[in-house]
Ligand binder design. Structure first.
Ligand code: ATR
Length: 284
């Protein structure tokens, strides 16, 4: 695609940005769909974030992704927030409006699209979330917003799991989220769960590590989704499979969070064939 006077600019604010796969996702979408957009990484330091958002708006930039470490802080500089982004306390996608940028959390929306693509319905299913960082909060919100049954949030630091459970119980006006220590997994009611692995244990290069080693735990997994995608198959996923459960990595979440951002910016919907074509590129 040639850049010309009508090209619209999209981009990513983060620190660092060198290893991002987002330009590949978005520029391939523009090329495939024939849209005159260009997506550029902008290495942005924390102290410059406010200026960067303001400057982007002044430069007529159509939309931005926001990544580590700015997803929380960026909310200060937005004119409006989608309900999900507000409840999670993090925005990763900014959409240009007449008054400024509106913030969304397409990490959460992407994960939901991924889960549905596997034919998994959260409705009334009990869920275990391993970890209580930023990603876990998005998973907890997704569970709350989509009628999950009981949600157990297990973390090394229980107070962080408790804070998420309290926040979501309050937000949804239900009492279906419980915090526990990772070590107490054997106290979980014995049944099958959808399990989301959101800790950084097992992330490349520490590929032999896993947050729970005990095979007995994996007997309770019906579907195990690891938010990690490097490596493609984590030890968590192998342990799920050894116990006869299905398991998936976080690559589709990455893909769909990008696609949903692109859909918001361009007011289009991207079909599954295009999504799959880009997925194949990400696998390489
Ligand atoms: P993200 O934004 O990807 O969720 P994060 O907010 O840094 O990342 O959260 C990392 C998660 O991995 C946390 O739940 C963290 O546990 P603590 O809250 O107790 O710190 C978990 N984690 C990271 N390394 C871990 C380890 N070695 N053992 C257990 N949990 C670990």
């Amino acid at each position: 695609m040639m850049i010309d006077g009508k090209t619209r600019t999209l981009g990513l604010l983060g620190d660092p940005v060198e290893h991002t796969m987002s330009p590949l996702i978005h520029n391939t979408l523009s090329e495939t769909l024939g849209l005159n957009n260009v997506y550029v990484p902008f290495h942005t330091k924390a102290e410059d974030l406010g200026e960067a958002v303001k400057g982007a708006y002044a430069l007529n930039i159509l939309g931005l992704n926001v990544t580590v470490p700015h997803k929380n802080e960026v909310m200060k500089y937005l004119s409006e927030l989608d309900e999900g982004a507000q409840a999670i306390g993090a925005a990763n996608t900014l959409v240009r409006t007449e008054n400024g940028y509106k913030g969304y959390n397409t990490d959460m929306l992407g994960l939901l699209r991924e889960v549905r693509s596997y034919g998994v319905e959260l409705d009334a299913h009990d869920v275990i979330i391993l970890g209580a960082g930023g990603a876990a909060k998005a998973v907890a919100y997704m569970c709350g917003a989509n009628g999950a049954g009981h949600v157990y949030i297990l973390n090394r630091t229980v107070s962080k799991a408790q804070a998420i459970a309290d926040h979501m119980n309050d937000f949804f006006g239900k009492q279906n989220m419980t915090a526990m220590s990772i070590q107490d997994y054997h106290k979980l009611p014995e049944k099958k769960y959808i399990v989301f692995q959101s800790t950084s244990k097992g992330l490349y290069p520490h590929i032999d590590e896993v947050i729970i080693e005990d095979p007995a735990f994996y007997q309770m997994v019906s579907v195990g989704i690891d938010l990690i995608y490097k490596p493609f198959c984590t030890r968590f996923m192998s342990l799920c499979r050894q116990a006869g459960a299905k398991s998936y990595n976080g690559l589709k979440m990455l893909l769909y969070q990008g696609i949903i951002a692109y859909e918001l910016w361009n007011d289009i919907s991207v079909d599954e064939k295009t999504a799959d074509m880009i997925y194949q590129k990400l696998l390489k």
